[in-house]
Design a protein around this ligand. Structure first.
Ligand code: HEC
Ligand code: HEC
Length: 209
């Protein structure tokens, strides 16, 4: 007589583990918002106005922090300090955002932070947005700022892909390396990037006001 076919106990436990793992993975994927990284060719849109507005509210607290707003002023003079006062000696924006005459930003702002307090923070590309595309953050409500950020006529002609990539822009990263004596934005860069991508990838909805 033939022996009845028997599945060894080891094989059974392996199968069980695999099924359980697949279940957990499916659950995690379903409960995670798809986040598009700069490496993926085309952004995946999963519209969700509630998640989008919630993420933008976090983004807004960073954009309005001194580290970001000081270079996105409503006037033509940058701001400085944690209290965002007008920059001493009032260097002007100029057409290209790099200053005018003897007050070029790069005369004082070097490629890296100058050591010490009350010294110029540094970056090889330190300048304001240009005169024809001022990208003002100062004084904007969350709704106004969200609408501006996705408007190609006002955001420097950025499409979704470029907006996503901007999370890792050198001047954005500079906010998290501000030089001695300056406070950091209200969340880590990783948390900001996650909120920024979530906002964009869920439809870039603007809050109600
Ligand atoms: C040294 C000045 C400087 C600082 C500091 C700075 N920015 Fe900017 N920002 C610029 C300039 C210049 C541009 C325009 C360059 C471009 O379009 O690529 C810009 C453009 C932007 C844009 C695109 C504008 C739009 O309307 O879509 C965003 C978003 C942005 N910055 C976010 C930030 C955030 C977030 C921080 C702080 C963590 C920050 N910036 C700090 C100078 C600065
Ligand atoms: C004559 C030198 C000088 C020039 C020119 C100059 N800066 Fe500054 N900047 C400084 C110094 C010094 C500080 C630091 C002040 C402090 O912390 O008390 C500073 C600080 C800043 C800050 C504040 C950074 C922060 O996170 O709070 C911004 C923004 C800034 N400068 C932008 C600019 C821009 C844009 C230009 C060109 C349009 C420019 N500066 C031209 C000397 C200069």
């Amino acid at each position: 007589m033939k022996k009845p076919f028997k599945i060894p106990f080891k094989a059974l436990s392996v199968i069980f583990t695999l099924v359980a793992m697949a279940g957990i993975m499916a659950f995690t994927l379903n409960n995670d918002i798809k986040i598009v990284t700069t490496k993926s060719p085309l952004p995946v849109l999963k519209k969700d106005s509630i998640a989008s507005v919630k993420a933008f509210k976090q983004v807004y607290t960073v954009l309005m922090s001194a580290r970001c707003m000081n270079c996105h002023p409503s006037g033509d003079v940058p701001l400085q300090g944690d209290d965002s006062r007008l920059h001493t000696m009032a260097p002007k924006r100029g057409v290209d955002g790099k200053g005018v005459y003897a007050m070029k930003c790069a005369n004082c702002h070097q490629a890296t932070n100058t050591p010490g307090v009350h010294t110029p923070p540094g970056n090889p590309n330190w300048h304001l947005p240009p005169a024809d595309m001022k990208m003002v953050f100062q004084g904007k409500t969350p709704r106004q700022l969200a609408q501006q950020l996705v408007d190609p006529k006002r955001n420097g002609h950025k499409d979704l892909k470029k907006l996503i990539a901007h999370a890792d822009d050198g001047l954005v990263l500079a906010g998290w390396n501000p030089g001695e004596g300056r406070t950091l934005p209200p969340m880590s860069h990783a948390a900001f990037k996650k909120a920024w991508l979530t906002w964009l990838n869920t439809g870039a909805y603007a809050p109600g006001k």
